[in-house]
Write a protein that binds this ligand. Sequence first.
Ligand code: FUL
Length: 454
Amino acid sequence: MTHPNPHGAIPTPNHLVWHRRERYGFVHFTQNTFTDKEWGFGDEDPAGFNPTALDCGQWVEAAKAGGLTALILTAKHHDGFCLWPTATTPHNISRSPFRGGKGDLVRELAEACRAGGIDFGLYCSPWDRNHAEYGRSGYVETYHAQWKELLTNYGPLCELWFDGANGGDGYYGGAREKRSIDAQVYYHFEELWAECRRLQPGALLFSDGGPGLRWCGNESGFSGFTSWCKVNPAGAFPGKVDDHSRLPLGEADGTVWRPVEVDVSIRPGWFFHPHERPRTGEELFNIWLSSVGQNAGMLLNLAPDRRGLIPSEDLVSLNRFKHLVDAFTAVDLARGKPVEATSTAFGSPAHAVDGNPETYWAAGETSAVLTIDFGTEERLAGIRLEEAIQFGQRVEAFSVEMRMWNTWTEVFRGTTIGAQRIVKFNQARGRQVRVKILGAQAPAVLRGVRVYGG
Ligand code: FUL
């Protein structure tokens, strides 16, 4: 055997691609942008959807300015208005003045993402407050047919979003009443997801409970301090997760790999509202630390305005955000420095600091210490630890210590690591750093230890 045996649940190839994505974007844009709402009732007049200067290329540039590696568009939100000329309902973009009724926003963004070199994904709300048949079987067929159009006409999709909201009342073709469904059975998700997998084999499927990615359980921008990529799938469905605390934390004994996605908006709302202001770059950086830095993906929502453009003040925040991440991660003091480890089963400990994501150091025991020597005393801004997750997520507890003169000081104590754990230090200095694996389900396999200077 030349490499460690996998331990427990392991990621699929799609997950491994997703884990490298780290931060990517959402776009919430529809009738709500023009009506100043977050949830349209479903009776909005298509004539109201009328962006005057829409430019998806500008959205892609904004995303890239923030370092986002994909965009996921609300092709249909809860109000049922479809941003592509669907054959499934007249309540769609072809009835609006946009591009003289010839517009297809899904296509425009798909093409802009491709041209800009970022990936593209789609959100199509199960809940549809416009459709007359919502709550009955007729709508479920329509909903599956909508996905089929989206899955087959717009090229490769990286992620498919199944929202959990099912708020009850709506227009429903004029009935204007409350309709309740049981999300677990009504939408026939298993059937739909089989079709998604067949038509878009590279896409990950998101909902509160998975099956590809799970929700973090909040819309404020953080995953758990303890964050397992593993969960037990029983009792988790879109819009219905029996134990909410499992969402941010995951489960140490989880049998499936279903990592956390942190969805959070750059503005207070998901949609643009003229009176709201975007978060600052500093706030986005802190969200990055508490999401990407805590073993999750950061799905940052952008909200184009009524012109159909990302507002300039949001661009300022996105640029500042990327600058802060780039500055924080610019100098890796550990790269190529002398390393010692208390035990090794596979791979040299030097692989932890060689900057190569394919190589790793595997400890020989569940407690182990890795020591890096910078040679001179340095100012230390933070650390990034990465497990080689293709062998499973193992570490349960770790600490980071620094040596100044002859004294070792613990500067951080954490629990899980996962794909990445990023920690910012305050005013730290040291000549050596040691990472102590204090507990693990199986001997730790670390593919990366970066110590940021600054
Ligand atoms: C929620 C929805 O109700 C919000 O409108 C938004 O789309 C958010 C991302 O998910 O469940």
